[in-house]
Structures are given as structure tokens and as C-alpha cells.
Design a protein around this ligand. Structure first.
Ligand code: PLP
Length: 398
């Protein structure tokens, strides 16, 4: 089934400003239904959770609904959904918790394809524990993370493998299932960064074999809320720092302080929105969610790649066969900042710089020269967004 992109775009108030929003990889816009859900939650009256009066009970209900929605989006069960401010905060929390059992001789494997939020928390936790860090390398020029290298990286000493489900600049989707299977075979846990991958198609944490899967709602049409999904049984075995009177049950004990209840209602609305993209199709929310975004994005991405690729002065980075609709490019004779500024003048939103792909931009040899420009597609982008990007880049080279 194809997406009704004009109808989808009409659902996003911000898109009416006439800009081409090709900055989705840094954060998407939100549909009116999400804005309404947040407003309605406040309008209906929210109390702090755990009380006996209706406003408090509403906050508890909103939280439970949010966990169920996230589980429908990525798989897993609501009882294993940890909610928090963003992926980085949650990853630091999990790294600190997991590292309590690490010591000298233990090994942690990170990758140079990853956003730094799935690298530094592990590197720093390992350093504190006296554990060793081993690096999975990116193969150029394709920008792939070959799964085969994990055979020599992993051993019975490995305690954790952190790997991304998709690079936030090259879009590369490594073979996560193969990597997590290798981790499991040596008794290591896997922590999969799904922040960039989640909005681009259906996700199944079980099929990925991820012990932990991290995602952020603001990348998929929701508010600024992060989530980590894990098996509740695994969470039961872990004991994060927490306040003495704070809930000791799973997953609450991984959540610090009072949650943004109204935003959690927005997260649920975002999942409903993603499930509605293909129209009033049959099936559960879990079956419908993001079912057709992938094909739409990939078809448009081909137009984008062909258009930019036809401009001699453009260098496109990465060409993994499995990747999200995310282009990372430079224009000869122009800094990435100049390109992004020119595009902004032409009402095209893109990012320039390393985008926290800190190790990867060094591997690409571009980190010290401003890195590159990132233009990414999500389900609400259309042909006119792409055409405008290509025309504006072509102007720079004329
Ligand atoms: C792949 C990836 N991982 C992690 C993060 C960090 O997520 P958050 O902003 O939720 O901490 C980002 C943010 O851009 C990202 O793209």
C-alpha cells in the first residue's frame, strides 16, 4: 500500500511554513494529533502518579499506555519499556548499572559506526571498571560494519556489545541480528541503538536479538522522550542507583524522578499516527505501525541520490546496500556550513557537521574539515522537498 503523502503532510502543522524538512534524522516534526494529545492530557488534569484521586490515576494510565505503545512500535512487552528524557541519559544510566559487575579482564565492544551516545557511555563505564574496550571498524568506501569481524572481537571475556541499528549519517544498517547472535554465543549482552533506525520501517527487537534496544520518540513524530526496551526478566537482575523510597519494581526502578506525563500521552499518539500512515488498514497497531514508510522513503531516496550523484562537485559518503534514506555529502569548494546556509536560504533544512558520529567522521577523514551535510528523508517528505534540495545544491556549483 502506498502512502497518501499529501494527507500525511497536512497532518503536520509545522510543514505549512514552506520549508523542506530534510532534518528528520535530527528530530522530526509532530502531527497535530500529538500536539492535541499533549494538550488534552494537561486539559484533563494530571496529578503525580501513585495517588488515589482521578488526576493521579490518569497519569498512571497515561504511563501504562505509553509503555504499551512503545512495545507495539518496536516489539517486546510493556513491562520491559523504560522511559526517560532521551536515549543518551538512559544509556548512561544502563552503562553505569551494567558496569557494576565488570572488572579487569572483561571486554566491551563498541563500533566506529555508532553515534557517540552508544560509544562514550560504554567507554567511560569500562574505564571506571578497569575493563577493556575493543572496536569494531567501518569498511570504506561503502561505510559498512562487517559482522564477520565480531568473530575475532568477541570471546568469553566479552560482557557487552554496543552496536547501532543504523548510522545516523550514512544510514548504514549493519547485520544486527548476526552481531547479537555472536554476542549471545559468548554470553555477552547486546545494546542496540535504534534511535536513527526506528522511524524508517518496522522494528522487531526479538528478530534483532537485542537485549536492550534504545529509541527516542522525537525521531518518530513524538515529543522529547527516550525509551529502552529489554526483557523484564533481564531488568529484574539489574539494580540501578535509585532513591530509597522510589519504586523498586521493574521497569520503574530504572526511571528517575517524575516523568513528563503529558509528553507520554504524546508518545502514544505518535505511535497511533505511525500506525495510521497506510490508511484504515486491518490489523493490530503492532502490525500496522510504519508498514509502508520504508518503501516510500527508499523510492524518494533513489531520486535524491540520482540527483545529487549527477552533480560532479558532489561527493556522497557511504553506499551500503541496506541503509536508511539518509544522504551525507560534501560540495567541492564549499564548506558544509556554507552549503547548509545556502540551503536554509532556499528553505531547505539540513544539518552540517559530525552529528555526533564522532568516530565515523574521523574514519571518513572529514571530522576536522567540518564533516559533511546530512539530508534525510522520513515518511512526510515528498518529491518537491527532494527537487528543491537538488536544485539548491546545483546552484552552488553553477
Ligand atoms: C543514532 C543516534 N543515537 C543516539 C542519539 C542520541 O539520542 P538522544 O538525543 O535521544 O539522546 C541520536 C540523536 O541524534 C542518534 O541519531
Amino acid at each position: 500500500m502506498t502512502l497518501d503523502v499529501p494527507a500525511i503532510r497536512a497532518a503536520y502543522p509545522a510543514l505549512a511554513d514552506g520549508y523542506a524538512y530534510l532534518d528528520g534524522a535530527a528530530g522530526t516534526q509532530v502531527p497535530g494529533s500529538v500536539i492535541d494529545a499533549i494538550g488534552d492530557a494537561y486539559r484533563s488534569g494530571l496529578g503525580n502518579a501513585g495517588g488515589v484521586f482521578p488526576a493521579s490515576i490518569r497519569s498512571t494510565t497515561v504511563t501504562e499506555q505509553c509503555r504499551r505503545a512503545v512495545a507495539d512500535l518496536v516489539g517486546g512487552v510493556a513491562e520491559g519499556v523504560i522511559l526517560g528524557p532521551n536515549m543518551t541519559t538512559l544509556t548512561y544510566r544502563l552503562a553505569g548499572t551494567l558496569a557494576r559487575s565488570w572488572g579487569p579482564g572483561d571486554e566491551v565492544v563498541v563500533s566506529r559506526l555508532d553515534h557517540d551516545a552508544n560509544v562514550r557511555p560504554w567507554v567511560q563505564a569500562a574505564a571506571r571498571a578497569g575493563a577493556t574496550v575493543r572496536w569494531a571498524e567501518v569498511e570504506l568506501p561503502a561505510g559498512e560494519l562487517p559482522a564477520g569481524q565480531y568473530d575475532s572481537l568477541l570471546s568469553e571475556r566479552t560482557v557487552l556489545v554496543a552496536v547501532t541499528a543504523a548510522s545516523n549519517v550514512l544510514g548504514t544498517r549493519p547485520d544486527v541480528a548476526e552481531i547479537t547472535a555472536k554476542a549471545r554465543a559468548v554470553g555477552a549482552l547486546s545494546y542496540v541503538d535504534g534511535v536513527h533506525a526506528t522511524p524508517h520501517g518496522p522494528t522487531d527487537v526479538a528478530a534483532l536479538g537485542a537485549d536492550f534496544y534504545a529509541t527516542s520518540a522525537y525521531k518518530w513524530s513524538g515529543p522529547h522522550v527516550g525509551a529502552v526496551i529489554a526483557d523484564p526478566g533481564l531488568l529484574e537482575s539489574l539494580h540501578p542507583d535509585k532513591l530509597e523510597p522510589a519504586p523498586g519494581a521493574v521497569p520503574e526502578r530504572f526511571e528517575q524522578g517524575t516523568p513528563p506525563f503529558a509528553d507520554l500521552a504524546g508518545v502514544t499518539a505518535a505511535v497511533e499516527h505511525l500506525a495510521s500512515l497506510a490508511g484504515p488498514a486491518a490489523g493490530t497497531r503492532r502490525e500496522r505501525v510504519l508498514a509502508s514508510a520504508h518503501d516510500h522513503e527508499q523510492a524518494l531516496f533513489q531520486v535524491l541520490l540520482d540527483g545529487l550523484g549527477a552533480i560532479d562537485q558532489v561527493t556522497l559518503y557511504g553506499k551500503a546496500p541496506r541503509r536508511t534514506a539518509t544522504a551525507y555529502f560534501t560540495v567541492a569548494g564549499r564548506t558544509p556550513a556554507e552549503v547548509a546556509s545556502h540551503l536554509a536560504e532556499r528553505k531547505v533544512n539540513v544539518w552540517n557537521g559530525h552529528n555526533y558520529a564522532w568516530e565515523l567522521t574521523a574514519v571518513l577523514g572529514i571530522r576536522d574539515i567540518g564533516s559533511a551535510v546530512r539530508a534525510g528523508l522520513v515518511h512526510y517528505n515528498d518529491r518537491s522537498d527532494v527537487d528543491r534540495l537538488i536544485a539548491a545544491v546545483a546552484e552552488l556549483t553553477a
